[in-house]
Write a protein that binds this ligand. Sequence first.
Ligand code: TXA
Ligand code: MG
Length: 354
Amino acid sequence: MYKTKILKVKQKLIKENKIKKIKDTEAIKTAAEYILNNQLVAFPTETVYGLGANALESEAVNKIFVAKGRPADNPLIVHISNKRQLFKIVKQPISESAHKLIDTFWPGPLTLIFNKRERIPGLTTADLSTVAVRMPSHPVALALIGATELALAAPSANSSGFPSPTQAVHVYNDLNGKIPLIIDGGICNIGVESTVIEIKENKIDILRPGAVTKEMISEVLKDCSTINLVSESEENKPKSPGMKYKHYAPNTPLWIFNKAKLKSLLKDSKINNKNTAIVATTQTAVHLKNKDIKAELIDMGSKDNLAKIAYSLFSILRDLDLREFNLVLIEEVPSKGIGEAIMNRLKKAAIKII
Ligand code: TXA
Ligand code: MG
């Protein structure tokens, strides 16, 4: 058991992107020391909070799996703060397409799969011959990686299977006593995890959709023949081991609903009662306000602003879990742009789609 410490980095430094100054804060100096001593540190990224450890040290990486209760066959993403670090952990050559995507989207929410160098321990990559790498854009993440001069293995800093944390308090609620330190850098801007892709000659597989969308990738790789969003059902053997696990799921049963089905759902008093929460887009919530709704209504934002919905999604699911509803109904959003990532996470979290 640890006594979990939380150290804050000032929002002003984060907003102004003062990476050098952040590096000099007590929070980052302490965090870097922990990492160098093979301890874990939870830290903010632009997507979700990560649980970091020295990616090259099995002893440190093993602590991640223990703290999260993560299955050992689910590999970790390695986080770097400059391009030179990439060449130390992956095998050359790196494809032209990968270079183009890196130059466009790094630092940012895009993870690429490369052939790994031997020095990355098998534990980090679940014994795969590949390694997933990303350069986050959050100044606190960049400052921490820079201060340690190490590549950091960092999955989302939640208990395995639960919704990813987008605030320091979410990390605390899941991992209090299991990790020594959380760096609090406020709320993550994006709110869903990075896009994970694998490049194969002239073909791109999107293993996990995120804020870097299929449209954005095809804009950069105009001559790439196929960009394929890999869905789990198509695959007997998941390409990204994380695909096969139940994910993002709150304790309260979650159903996804389509607006067209809502009327009949609300006629059922076993559903339409005070023990149910309905999470709807603003468009649907407005429409429901004057109706006889016994369930609690929560507005998750306009379907015309899917980035805002992504931003608050995991937070809403976590807050509802603390309130002990019997059932949460959440509205489907359009699967376009970041809506693809939202629906991907919701489908993994839900037990029923109506
Ligand atoms: O935004 C993010 O990516 C966050 C922040 C902290 O950076 N991290 C994150 O890590 O979401 P995690 O461990 O929760 O998800 C990593 C995903 C898993 O689905 C895993 O299976 C996949 O990436 N992955 C990792 N290495 C892989 C590899 N070599 N081949 C295929 N998939 C891989
Ligand atoms: Mg995760």
